[in-house]
Ligand binder design. Structure first.
Ligand code: HPA
Length: 278
C-alpha cells in the first residue's frame, strides 16, 4: 500500500493534538538546539512525542527532545516544539516545515523561532541573545517551491519585514524590563552539518551577516507564506569558525544553549505578557 501523503499525515497529527482537549494555541514556539529547558516554562503541559505523530520524525540530534507541548506561556495558549527537523538531516523541505504548518492548522498566529548560532563578530559574545531583523539564505532553504501541498499562500512570497517589527519592539521592551542586554542582527543560514570554514565566516561578515546557523530560514519562509507573524531569537552559543581563532563544537553549543535556557524562557514570557498588557 502506498504511504499516506505528508499532507494527510499532518491532518492526522492535527486530529491527535486536538484530541488532547487543549485550547487552540495562539502562539507557536520552535526551540533550537539545547534550548529544550525553555519548555519547562510551559504551564499545564500535555506532551506528545514526535513518534506518536505520523508526520514528525524522531530527532537525530542530541539536544532535541522531539516532543510537542500544548499548554500556556504567559497566560497565552501555546504549542511548543521541543526539537526541530533540519535540512542537514537529509529531510526534504516539506518535512522541515511540518511544525509550522501544524501550528497554523491548530490556530497559531505568531511563530517564535529560536535557534543556537555562531557569532561572526567578536562583539556578539557566547551566551548573549540576538533579535533577528532579517536573514540570508545560503542553503537553498526556501520551501515554497516544493511543499507537497502543505502551503496555501502566494506562489511568490514577499519576504520584506519577515521578522515582525511590532513583536521585535515588544521583545526589546521586555528585555529592557528584565535588564537583559539584547542586540539585533542578521542570520545567515548554511546547510551544514559541517561547521563553516574560517574563510566562509569572513565571507558571511562581508555579506552583512551577524550570526550563522543551520536552521530557521525554512520555517520562517513557510510561516510568512501562511501569513503568520514571526519573532526570531538567536542564542549565541559560540564564536564562529576562525573568529578569535575559534573552533565550534556541538558540546559547547549545547552547553551554552542549555545555560541560556532559563533566561530565554523568562524573556519569552515577558515578551508575550507585554502584548496582553500584563
Ligand atoms: N555555525 C553554524 N551553526 C551553528 C553554529 C556555528 O558556528 N553554532 C551553533 N549553530
Amino acid at each position: 500500500m502506498p504511504r499516506r501523503s505528508l499532507r494527510r499525515r499532518v491532518e492526522e497529527a492535527e486530529a491527535i493534538l486536538r484530541k488532547t482537549g487543549k485550547p487552540a494555541p495562539e502562539v507557536a514556539v520552535v526551540l533550537g538546539s539545547g534550548l529544550g529547558p525553555v519548555a519547562d516554562a510551559v504551564r499545564d503541559p500535555v506532551a506528545v512525542p514526535f513518534t506518536d505523530l505520523p508526520c514528525l520524525p524522531a530527532p537525530t540530534v542530541p539536544g532535541h527532545a522531539g516532543r510537542v507541548l500544548l499548554g500556556r506561556l504567559a497566560e497565552r495558549d501555546a504549542v511548543v516544539f521541543q526539537g526541530r527537523v533540519h535540512l542537514y538531516e537529509g529531510h526534504p523541505h516539506a518535512q522541515v516545515i511540518v511544525p509550522v504548518v501544524l501550528a497554523r492548522r491548530l490556530g497559531a498566529r505568531l511563530l517564535i523561532v529560536t535557534n543556537a548560532a555562531g557569532s561572526v563578530r567578536p562583539d556578539l559574545r557566547p551566551g548573549s541573545f540576538v533579535l533577528l531583523t532579517d536573514h540570508i539564505d545560503l542553503a537553498e532553504a526556501d520551501p515554497t517551491g516544493a511543499h507537497d501541498g502543505l502551503l496555501d499562500g502566494p506562489k511568490f512570497t514577499p519576504l520584506n519585514a519577515c521578522y515582525a517589527p511590532a513583536w521585535r519592539a515588544r521583545a526589546r521592551a521586555a528585555a529592557a524590563r528584565l535588564g537583559l542586554a539584547v542586540r539585533e542582527g542578521v542570520y545567515a543560514m548554511m546547510r551544514g552539518p559541517a561547521y563553516e570554514t574560517p574563510a566562509e565566516i569572513r565571507m558571511l561578515r562581508l555579506l552583512g551577516a551577524d550570526v550563522v546557523g543551520m536552521s530557521t530560514v525554512p520555517e520562517v519562509i513557510a510561516a510568512r507564506n501562511l501569513g503568520l507573524d514571526v519573532l526570531g531569537i538567536t542564542t549565541v552559543t559560540n564564536l564562529a569558525a576562525g573568529v578569535e581563532g575559534a573552533t565550534p563544537s556541538h558540546e559547547e553549543v549545547a552547553q551554552i544553549a542549555r545555560d541560556a535556557g532559563p533566561q530565554l524562557a523568562r524573556w519569552l514570557e515577558a515578551t508575550l505578557a507585554a502584548e496582553s498588557g500584563q
